[in-house]
Design a protein. Structure first.
Length: 330
């Protein structure tokens, strides 16, 4: 992508001169009134695609320590950007949680554009561990869009892994399923329609306020202790509130340096769970108790019971871990 892509070994990002006035005038010709997801409007968020605002931007930056993020700075009323938004969403969703697409409306959130030194839409910036990597600015061709999906996104994931950022992006539902398209999410994906009683907790989680989401889900569970979805989301919110912004390398180093410290082992088990390494998280805590730390079994038991609500109930790892925990307790 000549003069556009700015990753390692390629030409550096150059925003060029400000053309704000000309861009604004041109955008008027392409302005649509429909909201994202409505007929004639921009594609809706969903899957591994989220919308970020000035109020949730800092939470997104912190989350980039868990998984890599591709920021798409756009104007969702400009129909010239719709094909790019769809192509990016398709490419990101096809990577099944390795990377998140964060869409930022620069017309409604100008301070973000200013902080990132972006002078117009569209622009793409990768975010790994809180560090931005400018990729491109300006409209792109179909060939360039294909290159982003086939080469640039895998490279971002590779760079993130080298930096110890290996977590899995939470799935937030398939917008196509909501709209009745019927062509989307896998059978393993959670339902995209949020129960009314979960709305407050869900919105807090989407905004990156995981502690607030956990408290809200706890209220849902007080009203209905048998709400399995609330129990699962409550456990995920607690997990992310504790360790969602943890430095993976620091946590792993602390666990290696302090093998007898239960808090260090709980912290690294959290990192394993966030990264989708469920078996590693189970084994780490169970092996810790089996290695002569039965005095610490209660905090380990409480953490494992929390973890047990996150995988699907039929997951064979659950039954094996439950049996082993029961054996260690007696």
């Amino acid at each position: 992508m000549a003069d556009k892509v700015g990753m390692a070994g390629e030409r550096k990002f150059n925003p060029g001169m400000s053309l704000a006035g000309a861009v604004d005038l041109e955008a008027l010709k392409h302005q649509v009134k429909a909201e994202p997801g409505q007929a004639g409007g921009a594609p809706a968020a969903g899957g591994y695609v989220v919308d970020t605002t000035e109020s949730t931007f800092q939470a997104m930056v912190q989350t980039s320590s868990t998984f890599p993020i591709l920021m798409f700075l756009w104007v969702p009323t400009d129909d010239r950007l719709f094909p790019m938004a769809r192509a990016l969403a398709d490419a990101v969703n096809a990577m099944n949680g390795q990377i998140q697409l964060s869409r930022i409306d620069i017309a409604s959130n100008p301070q973000i554009a200013q902080a990132l030194q972006v002078q117009g839409a569209p622009a793409l910036i990768a975010l790994i561990g809180g560090r931005p990597m400018p990729l491109l600015q300006g409209l792109v061709s179909d060939e360039e869009l294909a290159q982003i999906g086939e080469q640039v996104l895998p490279r971002i994931v590779q760079l993130a892994q080298q930096a110890g950022v290996t977590g899995t992006v939470p799935y937030s539902g398939d917008p196509d399923a909501v709209e009745g398209d019927g062509d989307g999410g896998s059978a393993a994906s959670p339902v995209s329609v949020v129960p009314p009683e979960h709305q407050e907790a869900y919105q807090l989680a989407q905004a990156g306020d995981y502690a607030g989401a956990a408290a809200a889900y706890e209220k849902v569970l007080e009203a209905d202790p048998n709400d399995a979805l609330a129990a699962r989301e409550h456990a995920k919110a607690l997990l992310l509130a504790r360790s969602g912004s943890a430095d993976v390398r620091v946590v792993r180093a602390a666990a290696a340096d302090r093998p007898d410290d239960v808090e260090a082992q709980l912290a690294v088990a959290d990192v394993d769970m966030i990264g989708g390494q469920i078996q590693d998280a189970f084994d780490r805590l169970l092996d810790f108790v089996a290695a002569g730390h039965k005095a610490d079994i209660e905090p380990v038991r409480q953490r494992l019971l929390e973890y047990f609500t996150i995988p699907e109930p039929a997951d064979p790892r659950l039954a094996a871990a439950r049996r082993r925990l029961a054996t260690l307790m007696y």
